[in-house]
Design a protein around this ligand. Structure first.
Ligand code: NAP
Length: 263
């Protein structure tokens, strides 16, 4: 799995087609989409237009709560694979646990079946808290490959990352730059390090993700910023710089609560 990917929300089909083809041309190989984004057709067209071989690409998509069930997940796979125009999906995630609906264990059993049938190469979760993962592990005994969670320098989720690491589950970061709000990219701690190193604030934040060991999926439709976001593999941050950025954590404030929200 690539160490960094392209996010595609909130691009529509037309925008996604252009942004994805452009990103793959720049060098991105991991593309992150979801049934819920309504852009899988555009993502698929962009991948095809890129001319890069399918086996070199890493396509992630996610399924919604209506698909939480063993048979429902098989249908969700067919639907997304058809839209993306691919024979297999590299990583399929349960988008939100929706604990009130209480069907995520069955959804996960559906993912395990897809994995056994060779339709997907990896399976995982998104927005699952340790309690949700624990319950799923107890019920199925199958360790998911990934949990994709909201994670940035103000939402560092150290305990959850430690938990995932202990279980052997890779942590992916959504809204890794803090989303549309430029607050993190403008924070003096970040801009000072950026200035010192002759890098952009976005690159410092993305490098921080790599240093703490998660896989960020920053979204940009702009070729310059896509290139900028991928150019973070030729420098490192010192442990002190990592600690300074991690200290921007707000103690859990501002994290979307997946016990209350989901689709
Ligand atoms: P993000 O990637 O943290 O930030 C995206 C915003 O930052 C966009 O407004 C983008 O604008 C701007 N930007 C990107 N690179 C920049 C740079 N180098 N300098 C300045 N601005 C920059 O937030 P996100 O889009 O919310 O999250 C990323 C991806 O995570 C989504 O696209 C989606 O694939 C995934 N996601 C998953 C979940 C989930 O529940 N699993 C939830 C939300 C998102 P431009 O496009 O104009 O560059």
């Amino acid at each position: 799995m690539p160490r960094l990917g392209l996010g595609t929300w909130p691009l529509d089909d037309r925008e996604a087609e252009v942004a994805v083809a452009q990103a793959v041309g720049i060098g991105y190989r991991l593309i992150d989409t979801a049934f819920n984004y309504g852009n899988e057709v555009g993502v698929g067209r962009g991948l095809a237009a890129s001319g890069v071989k399918r086996e070199e690409l890493f396509v992630t998509t996610k399924l919604n709560k209506e698909d939480h069930g063993v048979d429902e997940v098989q249908r969700a796979f067919e639907r997304s694979a058809t839209k993306l125009d691919v024979d297999y999906i590299d990583l399929l995630l349960i988008h939100w646990p929706n604990p009130a609906q209480d069907r995520y264990v069955d959804a996960y059993r559906g993912l395990v079946r897809l994995l056994e049938d060779g339709r997907v190469n990896a399976i995982g979760l998104s927005n699952f808290k340790p309690a949700h993962v624990d319950r799923m592990l107890e019920a199925t005994g199958v360790v998911p490959d990934v949990d994709q969670i909201e994670l940035d320098p103000t939402r560092t989720r150290a305990a959850e990352r430690e938990y995932l690491q202990a279980k052997g589950i890779l942590c992916e970061a959504w809204s890794p730059l803090g989303g549309k709000d430029a607050g993190i990219r403008e924070h003096p701690v970040v801009t000072r390090i950026a200035e010192r190193r002759g890098r952009t604030a976005g690159q410092i934040v993305l490098r921080w993700h790599l240093e703490i060991g998660d896989v960020p999926v920053p979204k940009s439709a702009d070729a310059g910023r896509q290139r900028e976001n991928l150019s973070v593999f030729d420098f490192v941050l010192t442990p002190d710089e990592v600690a300074e950025i991690s200290a921007l954590d707000r103690g859990g404030e501002g994290i979307t609560d997946s016990d209350a929200f989901g689709h």
